[in-house]
Ligand binder design. Structure first.
Ligand SMILES: [Zn+2]
Length: 494
């Protein structure tokens, strides 16, 4: 059995002011051919689960294509077309020998003039394949699922958890179901129900009550009603597409009526929990005041949730870092800020050199101005390569690119040349720092960081500075999302 697999993931933050070119889009993670798939064998990743399900079956020939994923601003139409052309050219040689296609499409992308890039991509793939080749997709929990995506797919899968510690299971279930459908053991029927909820990323943490209870309810509902799957997609408001919202997607074995009824019932149940997804907004000043008041064991972890590169924010914002520099508290470390030019500049020096440079604040005005760093001492220079330990991507070989750690007065700052978020202690370790030796630790991430730090930090403070990923949706200028939506209108009805 020949199954073609690949990933084209775009999480579009439409509040970024610049559209993204093809070169920018592929600069984060782009692998093609064999390497795009097999590097994830035994890794906690969608592809890891896909490989496991295929190997368990024993008679599956997986055909890899590409692994491309970037959470960033809206992409130029030319960029989208070039990527889709690449996908099509990779499918073309195999199109008459395929039994199925499993393409991971994230689900929250958009391009100039194309609001729903997933449907756009699925249509192009379908157009070159013979009829009746099933196409399924493993999406991200933050997918904005459209009716068109459902119509163009034979199966769509998400997960339950944010941090996405169940990516592996999602990929596994998607591949299992695709195989069952190819072997005519199931006939998937889907039903989509939109929930008029814009769920800010920083409010979506699932490993806490009452959200654990909600997720357990959905998992039990699946078992009791004999569903193939049911997903509460949180959605991604920041894409600002007309259909951006939370959704319920139910999949049954050949029972449309049951799928429709279940989607309605689960949506009604999720709706009762809506207020628990609205985060408290804590400024940098308030976050540092709280940090200073803490007298318990361990370090205080302050995460700048509104400048999370994992949701399209630049990662070079300076609001929280500036507050930490102004306070100049002993044992402070910021891990990390993205600034490729500064990382390159530092790598032209040696450890021990004293340097002066302008840091961050170069991508989006709302994230703050560059900070003048004067007479900082270079403590470490690193190539940034590491193996991830965060539960959601454990075992993956990744890189921060050229990285450095500098110290200015009491404050140490880690600078990278790769625009990603902090998921675990790797940015500290690769630049020679042990996070446990510090008292005040600043990072940038909305929730994924919690899969590693939740049990390790003495105190966690999510800090929401002005930015394109703020949890305070009332300050964002939504142009396209169909209103009304909770929490912007508290009287919204399901
Ligand atoms: Zn996500």
């Amino acid at each position: 059995m020949n199954i073609l697999v690949g990933q084209f993931g775009h999480e579009a933050n439409n509040f970024c002011t610049k559209d993204v070119t093809y070169e920018e889009f592929i600069s984060l993670n782009y692998f093609t051919g064999e390497d795009s798939l097999w590097r994830y064998k035994n890794v906690e990743h969608l592809f890891g689960g896909i490989i496991k399900a295929a190997e368990e079956h024993g008679d599956i020939n997986l055909i890899p294509t590409m692994d491309l994923m970037n959470p960033i601003g809206r992409m130029e139409k030319e960029a989208l077309d070039k990527i889709v052309d690449n996908i099509i050219s990779m499918i073309e040689p195999h199109k008459n020998d395929l039994d199925g296609v499993l393409f991971c499409l994230h689900g929250a992308g958009r391009a100039v003039g194309v609001e729903d890039i997933e449907s756009y991509t699925l249509e192009k793939i379908k157009a070159i394949l013979p009829d009746n080749i099933p196409i399924m997709s493993a999406l991200d929990l933050h997918a904005n699922v459209s009716k068109e995506m459902v119509e163009l797919s034979d199966g769509l899968f998400g997960g339950y958890e944010y941090p996405h510690i169940d990516f592996f299971n999602t990929g596994y279930l998607a591949m299992k179901t695709l195989i069952s459908s190819i072997e005519n053991r199931v006939i998937p029927k889907m039903s989509l129900k939109a929930i008029p909820l814009l769920l800010p990323l920083s409010g979506g943490f699932t490993l806490r009550e009452p959200i654990t209870t909600l997720n357990n309810y959905i998992k039990n509902y699946i078992k009791e009603n004999n569903l193939i799957d049911a997903t509460f997609f949180h959605g991604f408001p920041y894409a600002d597409t007309s259909y951006a919202s939370s959704t319920i997607l139910v999949m049954t074995n050949n029972d449309q009526e049951l799928a429709d009824k279940s989607a309605q019932e689960l949506a009604e149940h999720v709706w009762e929990y809506r207020e628990y997804f609205i985060p408290e907004i804590i400024s940098a000043k308030k976050a540092m005041d709280q940090a200073e008041e803490y007298s318990g064991d361990g370090y205080v972890l302050i995460s700048e949730v509104s400048d999370n590169p994992g949701g399209g924010a630049p990662g070079d914002g300076t609001h929280l870092l500036k507050e930490m520099l102004d306070r100049n508290l002993p044992k402070t470390i910021f891990g990390f800020i993205y600034d490729k030019d500064v990382a390159e500049f530092l790598h032209n020096h040696r450890v021990g050199d004293k340097v002066t440079f302008s840091l961050g604040g170069k991508c989006e005005k709302i994230h703050g101005n560059p900070i003048e760093i004067v007479n900082a001492k270079i403590k470490n220079l690193s190539n940034g390569e590491y193996i991830a330990t965060a539960p959601m991507i454990k075992g993956a070989k990744l890189s921060f690119g050229k990285s450095a750690r500098v110290k200015v007065k009491n404050v140490e700052i880690i600078i990278t040349s790769q625009r990603t978020q902090t998921l675990d202690d790797r940015p500290f370790l690769v630049t020679g720092a042990d996070v446990a030796q510090y008292k005040y630790v600043g990072i940038k991430s909305s929730n994924h960081y919690r899969s590693f730090f939740q049990d390790k930090a003495g105190l966690i403070i999510p800090c929401d500075t002005p930015g394109v990923m703020t949890g305070d949706l009332s300050v964002l200028d939504f142009k396209y999302v169909k209103m009304p939506k909770y929490p912007l209108d508290l009287n919204t009805k399901l």
